[in-house]
Design a binder for this molecule. Structure first.
Ligand SMILES: [Zn+2]
Length: 126
């Protein structure tokens, strides 16, 4: 199969590059776990029967809570993904779809990338 994107094939990560990325991910994991704790402490239940708080600010509070919830889901996904990487670092840096190296360029910008730029592009253009 001679696809034109073969030209763009990425070099595999070198051991130091991989080590560097993995230690960044470890640090990020700690940070994200702290973020989850922070979201939890902010996300106290909204008092709907509070007379002193106007309707608008109640809606505000609910919206903020929903945003915190959405953020929490996103953060938990990231945590799961990082844990998965750290559990199986041998697989790290390879595309889940085509098995090719994702490449240091992409991983530097997006260290938890599961797909190479080509597969990601195909996915987004479906
Ligand atoms: Zn791929």
């Amino acid at each position: 199969m001679q696809n034109s994107w073969c030209v763009l094939k990425q070099a595999e990560l070198t051991t130091p590059q991989k080590k560097q990325l993995l230690s960044q991910l470890e640090a990020q994991l700690t940070e994200l776990e702290q973020q989850v704790i922070a979201i939890h402490s902010r996300g106290a239940p909204v008092q709907l029967d509070q007379q002193a708080v106007g309707r608008v600010s109640r809606i505000d509070a609910i919206q903020q809570q929903q945003m915190a919830k959405a953020n929490e889901i996103q953060v938990s996904h990231q945590i799961l993904r990082i844990k998965q990487i750290l559990l199986d670092p041998d697989e790290y840096g390879f595309c889940h779809e085509c098995g090719e190296s994702i490449g240091i360029g992409r991983l530097t910008i997006h260290p938890i990338a599961e797909l190479c730029i080509q597969c990601q592009g195909e996915l987004e253009h479906l």
